[in-house]
Design a protein around this ligand. Structure first.
Ligand SMILES: Cc1cc2nc3c(=O)[nH]c(=O)nc-3n(C[C@H](O)[C@H](O)[C@H](O)COP(=O)(O)O)c2cc1C
Length: 341
């Protein structure tokens, strides 16, 4: 059935089809219809970051940036839903066109630039949702906040979302906000992590609950740089790492229409790079910090590969666009089929 829907959606411009999909998934969620669209995935409970997940396959950030369709996505069978990236103030993002499909490679290039309606709108949507499963809220900085003051934006978002999120993702890896990725390195990273950790502690006291913090990183670092990030995460007491965001590389899409568009590449071409990052992190972290793996899962077995590489949970974005909700069940089944460690 998704094949038919995909044909219709792919006949529209990527961004129109994105908006229509969010509207339809949101409406289906409000009417409780989405459960009828797809067979529910098997139950495969896991406990990660102190949270109980009904299955380890989640929706990655960026698809529901404003939290407009939380119930709808949850009803499709995701074990957790991550919304955002949200910024303190609303912002339009980059000029259109800024989203490109590369179907021959099961890939997407985007330079959306954190288009979103701001954290207050997102929180209104979270309050309106009925979903009581694991909700992650992904936070970022406004385009016009200088990178030296990025910490202020992350803290402003953290203050607001803390009471409403099951976990908070700190996105320092989008390639579409100038300077953002510099926060993954050296003193900038350490200062950001320290500020977040200390605010998390005071918010925990204020709200009487510990909300885990996950840092989302890029696949474009050298192994040494990834290892440095792992060390900084351990030292600062972060709760998880999400690997990875989109890549600036263009391997696997050479010569295809749109391959030279600026932005981050996702889908099948980022798969191996992402899994490699997971492996490097797993080696450094030695089980002391959970890894959430995302990047290029377009078939169930790719999800299992990520878990085998050392991840505890996975997320999907581009694979969901190309394969539809059946991918969730396929991924859960493939993970369930792995030998128990
Ligand atoms: C159109 C688009 C928008 C995205 N927006 C965000 C975002 O706002 N925040 C974020 O952390 N990741 C964002 N991502 C990255 C995805 O969450 C994911 O990390 C990446 O696409 C790799 O996974 P995939 O190959 O399954 O798509 C976006 C990806 C796409 C394709």
């Amino acid at each position: 059935m998704y094949k038919l829907a995909r044909e219709l959606l792919f006949s529209l411009s990527p961004e129109t089809s994105h908006e229509l999909s969010i509207d339809l998934i949101g409406a289906g969620g409000r009417l409780g219809l989405n459960r009828l669209l797809t067979k529910a995935p098997a139950s495969l409970p896991v406990k990660v970051m102190g949270l109980e997940f009904p299955n380890p396959v989640g929706l990655a950030a960026g698809l529901d940036k404003n939290g407009d369709a939380i119930d709808g996505f949850a009803q499709l069978g995701f074990g957790f839903v991550e919304i955002g990236t949200v910024t303190p103030r609303p912002q339009p993002g980059n000029p259109k066109p800024r989203l490109f499909r590369l179907p021959q490679a099961e890939a997407i290039i985007n330079r959306m630039g954190f288009n979103n309606l701001g954290v207050d709108h997102l929180l209104a949507r979270v309050r309106a949702a009925k979903y009581d499963g694991v909700l992650g809220i992904n936070i970022g900085k406004n385009f016009d906040t200088p990178v030296e003051r990025a910490v202020d934006d992350y803290l402003a978002c953290l203050d607001k979302v803390y009471a409403h999120a099951c976990y908070v993702t700190v996105n320092v890896s989008s390639p579409n906000t100038p300077g953002l990725r510099s926060l993954q390195f050296g003193d900038s990273l350490k200062q950001l992590l320290e500020a977040l950790r200390s605010r998390q502690e005071s918010l925990a006291a204020q709200h009487g609950k510990h909300v885990p913090l996950a840092i989302k990183i890029a696949p474009d670092m050298s192994d040494e740089e990834t290892a440095m990030v792992a060390k900084a995460l351990l030292e600062s007491g972060m709760d998880a790492v999400i690997a990875t965001n989109t890549t600036l590389g263009r391997e696997g899409v050479d010569g295809l229409p749109h391959c030279n568009e600026a932005g981050g590449l996702s889908g099948a071409p980022v798969r191996d790079k992402s899994t490699h990052t997971v492996k490097v992190l797993a080696g450094e972290l030695g089980g002391r910090l959970p890894i959430i793996a995302v990047g290029g899962i377009t078939e169930g077995r790719h999800a299992a590969e990520k878990i085998a590489a050392g991840a505890s949970l996975v997320q999907v974005y581009s694979g969901f666009i190309y394969k539809g909700p059946a991918l969730i069940r396929e991924a859960v089944d493939a993970i369930a089929g792995l030998p128990r460690s």
